[in-house]
Design a binder for this molecule. Sequence first.
Ligand code: ACO
Length: 427
Amino acid sequence: MPEIAKLILNGNTYELPVVEGTEQEKAIDIGPLRDLTGYITLDYGYKNTGATSSAITFLDGENGILHYRGYPIEQLAEKSSFLEVAYLLVYGELPTTEQFANFEKDIRNHTLVHEDFRKILDGFPASAHPMGVMASMVCSLTAFYPESISNRSPEMIELTILRLLAKMPTFVAWAYKHSIGHPVNYPQNKLDYCSNFLHMMFGLPTEEYAINPEIVRALNILLILHADHEQNCSASTVRMVGSSKASLYSSVSAGINALWGPLHGGANQEVIEMLEAIKADGGNTQKWIEKAKDKNDPFRLMGFGHRVYKNFDPRAKIIKKTCDTVLANLGINDPVLTIAKELEEAALNDEYFISRKLYPNVDFYSGIIYRALGIPTDMFTVMFALGRLPGWIAQWKEMNENKEPIGRPRQVYTGPTERPYTPMNER
Ligand code: ACO
């Protein structure tokens, strides 16, 4: 017997179907609501609203579960590579050896970017935030591949997907090189995805970058953990922009902008800045815990809390472990790691954080690892974007294949009612 929700409104009873996902998540389908009743629903921040159904990522915030296409994040982080996870997210299944070899080869064929991108890059001041640079570079791909704007054939979309995955590390590394006034490095296609990225980031014409397998592994883990997170702010932005039939390049560019904000991807940069500020202030973590609790103080404990995880963020657990391993392997003793651990300990034992179910999120420790890898603070959110790219692509592709209608929320209007225009001299 299918479940039905009943809505009683002005004495009338309306029946609304209930839909159930494969993990027994239930939703009331309000599709017919406005036609039946003339009413809409109101849900600020979409806290209760499913905007779509999706077969990509499953997330259970109460129990700290995260699966990509059914595979637990813990297993993927331990056993897989970022590129394999990218394949999984985009195409729905883990690749066979042959499929993976072809995928890797196809990506290698597209790692170079048009030389004119160097001129575009030169137009930015060295002080430009790399997230703005990235969003612009990705959107500029529409100018170099104009056929991608109107050609929505599966072949063109496939080519666009490969180009995006292949060129993103080049853009990230070039944006960084530009910001520090170094010459850019070209991709080395004999290297795997993450090693190639590290080579472009840290190699110099005068000195080859020595690939450290520990660093490559840590980078793979970080990117895997960030690869998708179902209908978050940036993924929803990508789907929303794409639903107007905007190209994948422009949709991903919009996603990068959405990720930039400090309440989303920008938090990883803010965490390190916060930890540095606490260190400079004498390292009194309790003082900062009190600041975070003070409702008259806008300060929030960055890297803490999550819209969906209300128990723990499974990615934070993996990242904390990776952080300890990376720092030990590299022989780095970072004092902000001690401060981070003290803050976590204090917050997890504090009634304010316990009652609001605030736990460290994925970004609480990621910045410490990025720093140990030699990545500067304002590049942290760009690293997040590099990791999130396959998720955005998978979300856009699913939206496109499901032929979803254009995203167009409604509103409850609260402005002035109709009034006549008054000429300026009478106002
Ligand atoms: N520090 C102090 N108090 C907090 C924090 C925090 N980090 N996060 C939430 N709270 C408090 C709020 O003040 C609020 O308290 P109240 O009930 O007394 O008013 C309560 O907890 C609920 O907070 P909301 O903002 O309503 O929770 P929401 O689910 O909307 O927000 C968010 C989630 C945005 C992540 C929030 O926890 C936050 O701002 N965290 C810090 C920024 C951050 O780390 N963002 C990264 C998120 S993960 C990601 O995007 C990859």
